[in-house]
Design a binder for this molecule. Sequence first.
Ligand code: PMP
Length: 430
Amino acid sequence: MYTQSTSLFERAKKLIPGGVNSPVRAFKGVGGTPVFMKSAKGAYMYDVDGNRYIDYINSWGPMIMGHAYEPVVKAIQEYATYSTSFGAPTELEIKIAELIISMVPNIEQVRMVNSGTEACMSALRLARGYTGRNKFIKFEGNYHGHADSFLVSAGSGVATLEIQSVPGVTQTVAADTLTAPYNNLPAVEKLVEEHPDQIAAIIVEPVAGNMGCILPQQDFLQGLRSLCDQHNILLIFDEVMTGFRLARGGAQELFNIKADLVTFGKIIGAGMPVGAFAGSTEIMEHVAPAGKVYQAGTLSGNPIAMIAGYTLLQTLNENPDIYRQLAEKGAYLAGGLQSVFSAAGIVHQVNSLGSMLSVHFAEYPIINFESASGANNELFKHFFHAMLERGIYLPPSAFESWFLSNALTTEDLDATIAAAKASIAVITNS
Ligand code: PMP
């Protein structure tokens, strides 16, 4: 029963464009009415009609320890009594900077912002200001937020809504965005050769999560690193999804590859609106007021957001075993889903790494946006709805990664695999 959700959606549509404050929430990719949530605890979310869901979105990534994680909730409650914003520096900002720099390799300074979009937009401006070059390379199906420069061949909602070119992004701006297929090093080399001394940065999701979950192939990231070194281009790892999720130090640690700039979001704010960009002092000192690359924010370093992020990062820093547990859960779920699809004779690809995972119904490997788009996304829609009816909340698009939280138990994973089996049985019989 979705009575309350249905009536709330009708009300919302009159007041908010498409009824939602961020496009993918509207279920456009899968059809139907979005579910309105009321509360969540641990691995479960509860909607306004009283339905319970096992959550595989995790608020799109931040809730790695599950919802309403007690230490975070307590810290927010305490700090809210001191004031919700000062607009002046606090010691807390130093403490979170120290913690982030101690966890993440290759960074010496960090600037806090309010979203992943801001982090990527600012990192790109910094790369341009630092190198004195205008163009940059991004990958088809990667998503770096909704700043104009990034809305070219973008993944996530842009892909789900099948928007080829975003109105409002001028051709002049888009002309400085060069794109290549993910996992295609020769295509990147060609772009670099064609634009000598013009490319400021290559920005990449080191594990892509905005066209489903797609892993970097052997030597792809290392190849980008070498290319950047040869041509004095900055390598930006967009770790908004992967940061503090794949490992304490993110993809840089996992793959042992150094990025020049790194962007963060999601986990760094524990569900509060936070992002950050970071790099060496040499590069970061170009940011205002140390340097002239201007970047600012009324609410940047907000005390409530900082204490939430700091508390969650402390948990992750002090308990590295969490990453082993998450990886085990991810592998268990991936294996269970693969068995279900195989037994039913359904072609499938389950891409997974650590606590990121996605399902594509295709017989060939999903390695870039083209292959992800060619999968049977009609079947995914049916699968999504059948799972939702069985209390499993998946991302409402095949172009999004699933995220596991460490609050998931083996029973939850087994229930998910059983729901997948029942869902596939219903779909194939109808
Ligand atoms: N980069 C990546 C890799 C992302 O996944 C996202 C959001 N999903 C962003 C940037 C933008 O972050 P935000 O939505 O916080 O602006």
